[in-house]
Write a new protein. Sequence first.
Length: 430
Amino acid sequence: MNFILLFISNMTFFTLCYFLLPQSNFIVIFSGCFLLLMNLIIGYKEYKKQTALVSSLEQGFLNFMDGDFSASLPKIIEKKHILLYQRFDLASKNLRDERQKLYQREMLLDKVLNASPVITILVNHRDEVIFANTQSQQLFLTGSSILGQNWRNLISTLPEEFQTSLNYKNNHTQDTILSCIDPQGQPQAWHIATSTVRLNQATHTLYLLKTMTEELAKQESNTWKKVIKVLSHELNNSIAPISSMCHSGKIISEKLNEAKLDRVFNAISKRINHLSDFVTGYSSLAKLRQPIKKKVFINELLSQIQILYPFKLSNELDIHCALNIDQAQFEQVLVNLLKNADEADPKNMTKLGVKQLNNKLRIDILDSGTGMSNEVLQYALLPFYSTKHTGTGLGLALCRDIIEAHQGKLLFSNLSPKGFCVSVILPLFE
């Protein structure tokens, strides 16, 4: 509209100059001054509008550079700029949506990595840890995040086998399997995968560490459970008809009044019941339910167990120290371990000690018996293996499965000069 006014006024001035310049110089001079003033006013208004438009766009892009995609341009605009403003607002909305999606993906990835049993650590070119999931605390035993710490200083606290593998600097992927002794004195096998990645034009090193000992133990336990299920199924299929025929035979022997025959069927019946109990016991290992966890204070739990199975408590923890466990299952574990300790040394009372290790709790059950030989230690957790004449080889295997279902560990060690220690390590309630 302003450009139309300028065009009309300029045409009017040129017309006046053509017709009136020879007759009236005053009218021409006045018209020229008026036209100049009008041009200046209209030009100034256009300059302000263009300046405001450029300033709005500049401020909007500055907000984008600062990561603020919620900004929008002023709504008081001319019609010729409506499309530009609409496209700017559309771009702002698309950026907001993309950032929200990216944030959700990052949150999901963070949860997946922190829930993964694989230790994941990312180190930048300055040897600074810029990402580490919660499982990394298991390796360094820090009890807190290792973000921002120097990688060289961290790995210097680890066994030499780890330091050699984690000092890797190359542009190729490297896989390593190593064995070492953990802080509890138990052998552990680890798989370490190391690779380089480029982020923001800088080279970073990604470390993935996974303990293979626990995984192999789980696979072994699952294999035994499958074997037990098959054996239980086949034995039950045989026990049922044998039991039925034995019952029928007892009825016939009673009618015939054959005492010897009756004793034979009674003996068979007892053995069938014993075999049935045996199968039922092993089935409980194969059908162990998932734990229903809740907050349980350790002092209260030990007080209840002490009533059922007396022991000497060597120390006490703070009343607020709690575990996230299935109380019924964990009571079963403690009772079984206390029973084994009492059978190993009936003359002396079993000792029980508790100790907090960063974010974990260690329970030690100690006896003064003869301990275990290396061979017995090697096979102690296998189902069917027992050194007792009346043992089924079920107790320790069941204890191990329950403890591992609580993300814990079951450890054995001989004491000097004699005695035996069973340790249960569980994460504290967070």
